[in-house]
Design a protein around this ligand. Structure first.
Ligand code: FAD
Length: 474
């Protein structure tokens, strides 16, 4: 293995992909410059994505759980919400984490340049700094990690603060009386849950027949049921045909699949219909980088673009647009640059929806197996039979594992229920380690935990799980 670490590398964009790449490159001895408009590394994930949304979802869960406590003989007074304090707590979380990354950057002697990069040629960047000055910098190699931004629907474009994207919603300017969430994907449902818990009457509109397109329906069903109680309305097979600013609110025309329409006025509208890759980097046409139809930069398994001097990672190179995928791609790109024999070809990338209950899956989904006519054996363990779920009064969950019926290998795992996001990592490990049903069933899980349900699902593959009763056939 040839090591080439004596390189001068630039990383454009300091989100989870960019900072992970920059830090590893520095650890491997490369001279690294990290360029981003923010004062510290963090990108969308830390400033206006994963982290602030999860901080607010934690609060939402607390409020919801305190409501549920009535069932257990404990009644709390209605929550008093100090919005300024909640906002500053969330900002504090962001500051702590991004400040920490800034420090790690300094400790590694990464040169952090606050600014926006444009290409002069394949190896030279012109950086416009936050103070307006520009600097031309040349490198041996450049890694693009410019991320993504909220997609805009032209019909839903209105110049009013009442119309928000995810960034606006996370700013938490107020607690609106009514909120229309356009798009029933994970961002819409997570942020909708936050506002609903804070007291807003939330309506979600989804164009497709169900929430969370891409997730198996049996995993979505318990979430849908709970959200029906939390939200004012969930309208599937429905689009927002138009929006009109009426000064005191936004009048939205909602169009159902059968063509019928209804009009409603909302205090605020959150448009969460997906994200677009930031591939329109100034001067990119001066390089040999290729951009595909959907705007993603095209890369090979080493994350190298059509231009040998330029690599690209994270949201800007494709789905799934998730922070952990970006970070792993960052590692792979840097290791490839260092001369290691690597490729980005994971068997499973977990997806987690941090609603309550959480929905998480990895590897093959049942829907995918059906669409591809793949023979699989699906073992499901309902949480009604879980001691831990019962102690939490949250038995609506489900853990399922997809196995190859011949080799008994774990191909996919799906979980819905509290803590599903933490537990899915076991599924990822099982898939990556090529675990068999027997391996999972024989792995002793601690009792009483929700993690036991993974072991129990594997037991069901063999027809018996002691915690449930299945009459013998014949
Ligand atoms: C509300 C919300 C919640 C989310 N929750 C989760 C979650 O729970 N889990 C999860 O895995 N993912 C989540 N995501 C997605 C996650 O944020 C992204 O997948 C992740 O941030 C992508 O990382 P990245 O490194 O590719 O780029 P980004 O984080 O998008 O960072 C790119 C950076 O590059 C900068 N940049 C762009 N162009 C230039 C340029 N020309 N010069 C210099 N800098 C430039 C940008 O300003 C930005 O700072 C969420 C996203 C949103 C919006």
């Amino acid at each position: 293995m040839s090591e080439s670490t004596n390189l001068n590398v630039a990383v454009v964009g300091a989100g989870p992909g960019g900072y992970a790449a920059a830090f590893l490159a520095a650890d491997l001895g490369m001279s690294v410059t990290l360029i981003d408009p923010e004062v510290n590394p963090g990108g969308v994930c830390l400033y206006r994505g994963c982290i602030p949304s999860k901080a607010l979802l934690h609060v939402a869960k607390l409020i919801e759980e305190s409501e549920q406590a009535k069932n257990w003989g404990i009644e709390f007074a209605a929550p008093k919400i100090d919005l300024a304090r909640l906002r500053s707590w969330k900002e504090g979380v962001i500051k702590k984490l991004t400040g920490g990354l800034g420090l790690l950057s300094k400790q590694r002697k990464v040169r952090y340049v606050q600014g926006r990069a444009a290409f002069e040629n394949s190896t030279t960047l012109r950086v416009t700094k936050s103070d307006g000055s520009t600097e031309s910098l040349s490198f041996d190699l450049i890694i693009l990690a410019t991320g993504s931004r909220p997609a805009i629907v032209p019909a839903l474009k209105l110049e009013t603060p009442r119309m928000m994207d995810s960034t606006g919603a996370l700013n938490l300017e107020d607690i609106p009386g009514t909120l229309l969430v356009v798009g029933g994907g994970y961002i819409g449902l997570e942020l909708g849950s936050v506002y609903a818990a804070l007291g807003t009457s939330v309506t979600v509109v989804e164009m497709l027949p169900g929430l969370l397109p891409g997730a198996d329906r049996d995993l979505v069903a318990p979430l849908h049921k709970r959200l029906e109680k939390l939200f004012d309305g969930i309208l599937v097979n429905t689009t927002v045909a138009s929006v009109k600013d009426e000064g005191s609110g936004i009048r939205a025309t909602l169009k159902a699949q059968d063509g019928s329409t209804q009009e409603k006025v909302f205090d605020r509208v959150l448009v969460s219909v997906g994200r677009k890759p930031n591939s329109e980097i100034a001067g990119l046409e001066k390089t040999r980088v290729q951009v595909g139809d959907r705007g993603f930069i095209q890369v090979n398994k080493q994350l190298q673009t059509g231009d040998p001097a330029i690599f690209a990672i994270g949201d800007v190179v494709g789905e799934p647009m998730l922070a952990h995928k970006a970070m792993h791609e960052g590692r792979t790109a840097v290791e490839a640059i260092a001369g290691h024999k690597v490729a980005f070809e994971p068997n499973a990338i977990p997806a987690v929806v941090f609603t309550d209950p959480e929905v998480a899956w990895c590897g093959l989904t049942e829907t995918q197996a059906q669409n591809e006519n793949r023979e699989v054996k699906v073992a499901k363990f309902p949480w009604a039979a879980s001691g831990r779920a019962t102690t939490l009064d949250r038995t609506e969950g489900l853990t399922k594992i997809l196995f190859d019926p011949h080799t008994e290998r774990v191909l996919g795992v799906g979980i819905v229920g509290v803590g599903a996001g933490e537990m899915i990592a076991e599924g990822v490990l099982a898939i990556e380690m090529a675990a068999l049903a027997r391996d999972v069933a024989m792995t002793i899980h601690p009792h009483p935990t929700l993690s036991e349900t993974v072991m129990n699902a594997a037991e069901i593959f063999f027809g018996t799980a002691t915690d449930i009763y299945r009459p013998k056939r014949g």
